[in-house]
Write a protein that binds this ligand. Structure first.
Ligand code: TPP
Ligand code: DXP
Ligand code: MG
Length: 621
């Protein structure tokens, strides 16, 4: 029986002899690598935290002790050690276990995560709840150096100094966000790491002092926590110390015994303690060690080489955005671009290489990204914020307060709008029409295909006010290329005109509506098809014209119904003299779990077959 097979619950690792910890770590790595080669996942981050997770399971007792994983993409070893290895075949698949911690999946998952930089706030709250309830378990927040660039982490650290009881923050520093980490904090951590030799010297001094019988330990403790200058000699992380958070480290995050010693020390302190752990992202798999960015999140790949199994034949929307932006930037030197730590995912990396002076990676800081773009616009530039739909949720007030009230010309290139698949409920981009649509001065477009995205981007930079273009994850649609009605503000594009029934589709749903139309035509029910193009403002003029010959309107959008454009069409219809029927195809008032996008579409009834069924039932066709 392998050591890994002996792990079926959180206490099992303690039965593995110390001498076999290294072998267990290797087995976990082999398991993670072969699983991700087959099914994809967040490989590099997970390979980096194998020993760290083992050390935590050896030092603490989940589920009684609470471990909160920031972002949660690195929680695979945690899932294995808590007894979920057997469920990995279904990892990130519909009905299977999630790629992130989920409280309803296992008691060891103390807090749901997915978006970055929440763990210290959540941990602080949980530690405070523990104290108020008179409980005594440990609370440990594990945050990466990338996640530490997010504003919430600082808000929480600013508060953590007040703790008079134990709260442990483990800073997993691998010098990488998805891409190379950026900013002053990253440089500060780097300076701590590079002085590690000096720190080791100090550790040795501390160890020697600790060895003095009776007095030693207390001397070291008081030197560590005292507020005078001697502390500087012993404590490298002064920034954290000055915030009132005891700093321990840096410690080798691949040395289990060393980490356990530091955790033991951290556990004894009645205050917030930050343990700085140095790890290597991708450790144990050569291709991932060499290219941790490419192996951050992967699809299936060849185990021997790391080469992706699926070759990309056609560009996705991200590629179209990336290429078009570079072209537009060549024509207008005022165009600048901002990303919140997603240069590759949003396609801005190529722009950054071409125009380094006009490109800003601000770290995992969506709020700051939006307001700094507002500042750029106020200063006379034409900024684009390229951001995933679900991550822009973070910047709602900044969009409203800093961009839209001042009606500033900021372009929002919203990628991953619609269902994203395996990342699940935290990452589905199904709220942006709702949270942007309610903001005065905001204009929202969605392209039906790759060419329209190019045209919409061109339009957006010439528009002169806040404007968002939303497009989905994955391959850009290349159908309907013959329909190229020029973009005009607030105008939809009439693709096929019939009578009686009009399909009003937005963005990704135009191609679905095209299939619906073909299927209904075959059933003897030809329909009009409109590419709505603008979710805000909707083209009421065209709707009024269609109302003369149409009875039934069907709205189609990949967004929750509430706040989407469909309800606005319903509101318009209810104000018409003629009685009109409106059917909505949209997402429900619920969170959509992980799974393949095509499976999710069927499950949610937004695939063409389900839509045809709904319409046939409703209209008795
Ligand atoms: C609010 C938010 N923005 C962006 C992301 C995308 N994202 C996921 S992991 C990650 C990098 C995290 O870096 P780090 O915390 O250092 O973890 P590592 O992968 O290096 O272990 C980013 C930018 C996110 N999950 N949440
Ligand atoms: C964990 C996280 O938030 C990102 O790594 C995300 O999974 C990236 O998604 P894409 O694969 O769509 O770029
Ligand atoms: Mg990192």
């Amino acid at each position: 029986m392998s050591r890994l097979d002996q792990i079926n619950g959180p206490a099992d690792i303690r039965r593995i002899p110390v001498a076999e910890w290294g072998a267990l770590a290797s087995e976990i790595r082999r398991f993670l690598i072969s699983h991700c080669a087959e099914s994809g996942g967040h490989l590099a981050s997970n390979l980096g935290v194998v020993e760290l997770t083992m050390a935590m399971y050896l030092s603490f007792c989940p589920p009684e002790d609470k471990i909160i994983w920031d972002v949660g993409h690195q929680s695979y070893t945690h899932k294995i050690l808590s007894g979920r290895k057997k469920d990995f075949a279904g990892l990130r698949q519909f009905g299977g276990i999630a790629g992130f911690p989920k409280r309803n999946e296992n008691p060891c998952d103390a807090f749901n995560t997915g978006h970055s930089s929440t763990s210290i706030s959540a941990g602080l709250g949980m530690a405070t709840a523990r104290d108020l309830r008179g409980e005594h378990h440990a609370v440990i927040s594990v945050i990466g150096d990338g996640a530490l660039t997010g504003g919430m982490a600082y808000e929480a650290l600013n508060n953590a100094g007040r703790m008079k009881s134990n709260f442990i923050i483990v800073l997993n520093d691998n010098r990488m966000s998805i891409s190379e980490n950026v900013g002053g904090m990253s440089a500060y951590l780097n300076s701590i790491r590079t002085s590690a030799g000096y720190n080791r010297l100090k550790e040795n001094v501390a160890e020697a002092l600790s060895a003095i019988p009776g007095l030693g330990k207390r001397m070291v403790e008081s030197l560590r926590t005292t507020k005078n200058g001697i502390k500087q000699l012993f404590v490298p992380g002064m920034l954290f110390e000055n915030l009132g958070v005891t700093y321990l480290g840096p410690v080798d995050g691949h040395d289990i015994k060393k980490m356990m010693r530091v955790f033991e020390e951290a556990r004894r302190l009645n205050r917030a303690v930050l343990v700085h752990v140095i790890t290597e992202k991708g450790k144990g798999y050569r291709p991932a060690e060499r290219h941790p960015d490419l192996f951050h999140g992967v699809g299936p790949f060849e185990l021997a080489t790391g080469v992706p199994k699926k070759n990309k034949h056609y560009p996705d929307y991200t590629d179209v955005f990336s290429k078009t932006l570079i072209q537009l930037a060549a024509e207008d030197s005022r165009i600048v671009a901002v990303t919140a730590a997603m240069p590759e995912g949003t396609g801005l990396a190529a722009f950054g290489r071409r125009y380094p002076q006009r490109y800003f990676d601000v770290g995992i800081a969506e709020q700051h990204a939006v307001t700094s773009a507002a500042g750029l616009a106020a200063g006379g530039m034409k900024p684009v914020v390229a951001v995933y739909s679900s991550f822009l949720q973070r910047g709602f007030d900044q969009v409203l307060h800093d961009v839209c009230i001042q009606n500033l010309p900021v372009v929002f290139a919203i990628d991953r709008a619609g269902l994203v698949g395996a990342d699940g409920e935290t990452h589905q981009g199904v709220f942006d029409l709702s949270y942007l649509g309610c903001i005065p001065n905001m204009t929202i477009l969605a392209p039906k295909n790759c060419w329209e995205l190019e045209e919409e981007l061109r339009f957006a930079f010439s528009y002169g006010g806040p404007i968002a273009i939303r497009y989905p994850r994955g391959q850009a649609y290349r159908g309907l290329g013959e329909h190229r009605e020029p973009i005009r503000f607030g105008k939809a594009e009439l693709l096929f005109r019939e009578e009686k029934t009009a399909l009003l589709a937005l963005g990704s749903m135009v191609s679905t509506a095209e299939h619906v139309r073909e299927k209904l035509k075959a059933l003897g029910q030809p329909c009009t098809l409109v590419n709505m193009r603008f979710a805000k403002p909707i083209d009421r003029e065209l709707l009024a014209e269609l109302a003369e010959t149409h009875q039934n309107f069907v709205t189609l959008e990949e967004n929750v119904l509430r706040g989407g454009f469909g309800l606005e069409v319903a509101e318009w219809a209810s104000s018409q003299e003629k009685e009109l029927s409106v059917t909505h195809i949209a997402l429900p008032d619920a969170y959509v779990e992980h799974g393949d996008v095509s499976v999710l579409r069927q499950h949610l009834g937004i695939d063409s077959d389900s839509i045809v069924r709904v319409l046939r039932d409703k209209y008795h066709w």
